[in-house]
Design a protein around this ligand. Structure first.
Ligand code: TMP
Ligand code: ASP
Length: 243
């Protein structure tokens, strides 16, 4: 298929979204070099970040697709651009955690790095102005952000299945999957598809041997070597998984 980039639609923190000329079913995403944290209170960028994150997502989404997980990913158009199916995005960020870290550790004053007795799925309401607050199933239902408990249960089971697959994926790269965030949306036929990206921006990834943080926490916590860590993740993926 040949797609043509259409008009500018929306500028996100890490991606810019365009329409696809004369095709309403698709969107054109451009992965940017920018990096933000704490709801964009902290801003940075590095050369090549868009390319690295696109390539990491490309590998992971193709791996998930080969394991029967439906995603919005359609076709790479350049090193930092991809055409995806246009979805009606569900306004929930679905977070899965295997090991204590981040907001969970902070909220309950837990030591970082403790394996949870089973994976924990949490929903956050996707609203930058509010800082993406935690949202309960009841709140999501009563406030009408999702239609039914069935949809919430469906999101949880998809997220847990993706977690199992991603643990195996990163295990081969000698990386621990601490936690990550997913987004989903409905296509025109009302099927739920995995959307957005899976990158070191949206996951916590620790080197299995050294325990070193390799993801966006390096930027959030001023640990340095941000670009080098993202490059190392991509290299490990390329060495262990062929497309
Ligand atoms: P948290 O511990 O800050 O709640 O984050 C959980 C996971 O979700 C972590 O892997 C980072 C990812 N995440 C995002 O992708 N976007 C966000 O806006 C936030 C807050 C977290
Ligand atoms: N995704 C949010 C931001 O880009 C929060 C974070 O990742 O810390 O600002």
């Amino acid at each position: 298929m040949s797609y043509k980039k259409g008009e500018f639609l929306y500028e996100g923190k890490a991606k810019t979204i365009y329409s696809v000329l004369s095709d309403e079913n698709f969107v054109w995403l451009e992965f940017k070099n920018s990096l933000t944290a704490f709801n964009a209170q902290k801003k940075g960028e590095f050369e090549g970040k868009g390319k690295i994150n696109l390539e990491i997502t490309n590998h992971i989404f193709k791996y998930l697709q080969s394991n029967d997980i439906k995603t919005h990913w359609v076709q790479e158009m350049s090193e930092s651009e991809v055409v995806c199916q246009k979805l009606s995005i569900i306004p929930l960020e679905v977070v899965v955690r295997n090991i204590t870290a981040g907001s969970l550790a902070k909220k309950f004053n837990l030591k970082e790095g403790v394996q949870l007795k089973k994976p924990l799925v949490e929903f956050f309401y996707k609203k930058d102005e509010l800082g993406d607050p935690f949202i309960s199933d009841e709140q999501a239902l009563v406030l009408g952000f999702v239609e039914s408990q069935k949809t919430l249960d469906d999101l949880k089971s998809r997220a847990l299945k993706i977690n199992e697959l991603l643990i195996q994926f990163f295990d081969k790269c000698e990386i621990s999957l601490v936690d990550f965030k997913l987004e989903f949306g409905f296509d025109l036929k009302n099927n739920i598809l995995l959307a957005d990206e899976i990158t070191p921006d949206s996951c916590r990834l620790w080197n299995k041997k050294t325990g070193e943080k390799m993801d966006k926490d390096r930027f959030r916590q001023d640990l340095g070597l941000v670009k080098e860590s993202y490059e190392e993740i991509l290299l490990k993926i390329q060495q262990n998984w062929s497309l």
